[in-house]
Every structure is written in C-alpha cells, then in structure tokens.
Design a protein around this ligand. Structure first.
Ligand code: PA5
Length: 446
C-alpha cells in the first residue's frame, strides 16, 4: 500500500536541511536538534523517560488482540441493528479521535457512513440547549450509546451520561436500557467502572498504559468507530504499517517520516523563532483530524513555558479570512499542510458558450485540479513573499488505512518532539487548574 510521505519543497532553510538529510547527507546546522531527537527516540522506545508508564500506544497497533477486534465488531453489529442514532459520550482524548476518523471517512454531505447509525456526540461540553435538543431528538429515534471516560470521573461526560441514562431507561425500561449501553473505562478505578459493574453494562477497558490523547486505536476509538461503520481492521492495519516504518533500532533519517517532521518542527521552534504551527488542509474532511492533532500536540508539548501553539485552518475557505494575516502579519508560525492526493469522485467544470462568468479558462478541468493549483499557488505565496516555511504531508487517499497511518505518524512524531524538548509528553497537569476552580464554585465535596 502506498504510504503517506513528506515534501519540503516549500520548507525554506529547514526544508533544504530536510532535503539533504533525506539524500543521506549530514547538515551541521541541524546537528544539535538531530542529536536531541536521536536521544528522544531511544528514550521513547526504551521507555526510560518521564511518563514511561504511558507508552502502551507505541506498540499498540501490532499488539491489538484479534479477538478484541472481533468482539468489538460483533457487539458493534448488534448496536448497528437496533439504532438509527448512536450517541458517543466523551471529551478530549475520549472523543476527538473518533470524531476525526468518522469525519474523514463519511461522505461529505451525509450525516453518516452509509448503512450505519448516525453518530451524535455528547459530553464534550456543558451546553444546556444542545442537551435539550438532543433529548428531544432521542424521543423519536431508536438509539444506543457508548460512554467513554478513562478516569471515569470527568464532569462533562458524567453529566451527559446521567441525563442520557435516565432518558434511555424511561424510553426502553431498565432491562432493555442495559442492552443499549457500552462503557469504556479503566479496568478497576473510577465512578464509571463502579456504575457499570453495579448496573451490569457491557464494558471495554482502556489500557492502563495509554493516555487519553494517544488512545484512539484502543477501545476508546475502536468500539464507537465500529458502530459508526468504520473499517477498524483497516485502520489498525494502516497504523501497524506505520509502526513498522517508524520503530527500529535507530532513526533512519532517510526513511523515518515522523523523525523528519519532528526535526522540521523543532528547527522552526528553536532556530526559526516560531511560536506556532498552523496545520492546514485543502479538504474539510481533515478538519477534525486537525482538532485531534491540536489536543495531541497542545497537551503533550505545552508545559514548562515551552511548546509550539497548535492551530488549524481550512483552505481555500480560510484564505478568505486568515489569508491576509498569514501572508503579511506577524511572522509567528510555520505551516504544515495535509495534502490529499486523490479524490473519490470526479467533477468536471462544464463549458459555457457565453462565458459570462469568465470561468472558461478552467472549463473541461476537474475541480480537484483547480484545488491542486490553489494549493501550489498558496504555498508559493506563503513560503515566497510571505516567508512562512511549509511542510507538506502527502496523504494518498481518504480511507481507513491511510487515516490509521496518519494517526500513528502524528502520535510518534509528538512523543519524539516532546522528549527532544525535555518535557513529559504524556501528562497534562495544567488541565486541572480550571477544574479545581469550577468544583470549588460548584461546591463539590472534597
Ligand atoms: O488527554 C487526556 O488525557 C485528556 O484530554 C482526557 O482524554 C480528557 O480529559 C477525558 O478524560 P477521561 O477519559 O478520563 O474522561
């Protein structure tokens, strides 16, 4: 299978360094950062760094038991048969991976993958009107639900689950409600585990050694994805092929795309003075992958006063809003572009004899060709006059396998990049600050 690749044509000085490395040449200007990444690589693979209790994701794709995939697929099939809607309750790492994959793979204007229940999210915020509308909608549709929380104590999903459990029990009765709930949580700890055991819900376990933002290839993502109609075996196979490409005895700078991407980022951060990374796409199916990526890099690197601020934009739409700033505003960021190489369908722009709209210069061309030229033109402008260095991540197609590759690629690059800056990429102590204030204001007993 064709794999995702990197292109540094528009990468400016760092791009030339990366190009030289991929030709097997040594580059003095990158020596320090390269050494840090080589050290980080060993730390990650030997499990000798901070947060080493959370490295289960590194070898997860090759270790997912076939029996677990089959059990999830079977249970998912039972849910698919009895639901028109499937509610997925979770927040942060317990939600974003699922949404990223589903949004990338479902048809553009449909609310679901054909033949599957529509996936609705809950517990990812505290919006009252959203919940009221959801409860109303669920009155008139058959549904099942999955509640996902590793800690089993997170406020947003716990409140959503309380409301939805209540609704489900009123609608179907307590016994049938049980057949419509799956909980994904810790094997022993947390309120959700206690509740699931008391009530007799079906459960899947979040492995101890995998943190939220690295958990999409565990039951956290795989079960809801199977219900949503995603080919989870293809997703895992893609991730496994990327694991095989990236995990070795040492970094092969010609082959290891995660190390090359991490090097590009670190060169921008340390030598280019950049403060932010802008992940852009020219296909909105990547939008939620960008949301997932923001959490992955933001929570992994943003600590001890360090880290690139991760942000995203969708082109060409946002060229008509952010384009001006990117071209001529403060030089704060570099761009990483998710560049989709193949569309699933064909649309040719028709001839028009009168040409009143002046668009005849593209008549007979596919829209994808115009989008591709927009991408090239944009990257030339940004990296040229705009002086914004650009790295391209070339994605051969939007299917489960390539999304699996992308997920593992970003996870690995993130672990490496974090360790190379001497931060623990697997904790998120800063997330607690708002919660403590909120709990105090709400009068939560300590
Ligand atoms: O990355 C993380 O660990 C967090 O974003 C969590 O995923 C998020 O807070 C949800 O936590 P939990 O699954 O415990 O409800």
């Amino acid at each position: 299978m064709e794999s995702i690749r990197l292109d540094f044509t528009y990468g400016l000085e760092a791009g030339q360094i990366l190009q030289s490395l991929s030709e097997g040449k040594d580059v003095a200007a990158a020596e320090g950062v390269k050494k840090d990444l080589e050290r980080a690589y060993r730390t990650l693979l030997d499990g000798t760094g901070a947060g080493s209790d959370f490295l289960g994701w590194v070898r997860l794709p090759s270790r997912i038991p076939e029996a677990e995939l089959s059990s999830m697929t079977e249970k998912a099939e039972a849910f698919r048969k009895k639901s028109r809607l499937f509610v997925c309750i979770g927040i942060g790492g317990s939600y974003l991976g699922t949404r990223a994959v589903v949004e990338a793979l479902k048809p553009r204007l449909a609310d679901r993958i054909p033949g599957s229940p529509a996936l609705i999210y809950a517990g990812h915020h505290l919006e009252q009107d959203y919940m009221a509308e959801l409860l109303e909608l669920l009155d008139s549709h058959d549904y099942t639900l999955c509640v996902i929380s590793k800690s089993g104590t997170t406020t947003e999903p716990a409140i959503a689950f309380r409301l939805l459990r209540n609704h489900l029990e009123k609608k179907y009765g307590k016994e049938e409600a049980k057949n419509r709930i799956v909980a994904v949580t810790d094997k022993a700890k947390g309120a959700l585990r206690t509740l699931a055991t008391e009530e007799g819900y079906a459960t899947y376990t979040v492995p101890d050694d995998i943190g939220g933002r690295y958990s999409v290839l565990s039951p956290v993502g795989l079960f809801p994805l199977a219900v949503a109609g995603v080919d989870i075996k293809g997703l895992v196979a893609g991730a496994k092929s990327m694991q095989q490409e990236l995990v070795a005895d040492r970094i092969d700078w010609q082959r290891n795309i995660a190390a090359r991407y991490a090097l590009f980022r670190q060169l921008q951060y340390r030598q280019g003075g950049m403060k932010a990374e802008l992940l852009v796409d020219f296909d909105s199916r990547f939008h939620y992958l960008g949301e997932w990526w923001k959490q992955l890099f933001g929570e992994s690197e943003g600590k001890q006063g360090k880290g690139l601020f991760p942000c995203n934009a969708g082109f060409t739409t946002d060229l008509h809003s952010l384009g001006q700033y990117i071209q001529e505003g403060e030089r704060l960021f570099f761009e990483s572009v998710l560049s989709l190489q193949r569309q699933k369908k064909r649309v040719v722009i028709p001839q028009d004899a009168r040409n009143l709209d002046g668009m005849d210069f593209v008549a007979g061309k596919e829209m994808a060709y115009v989008n591709q030229k927009a991408e090239e033109g944009t990257l030339m402008a940004h990296s040229g006059k705009g002086n914004v260095p650009v790295a391209r991540i070339l994605v051969p197609g939007l299917d489960a396998c390539h999304i699996g590759q992308l997920i593992y690629f970003f996870e690995f690059a993130c672990g490496l990049s974090g360790y190379s800056m001497n931060v623990n990429p697997f904790d998120q102590p800063g997330v607690e600050a708002y919660k403590q204030n909120m709990f105090r204001l709400l009068g939560k007993p300590s």
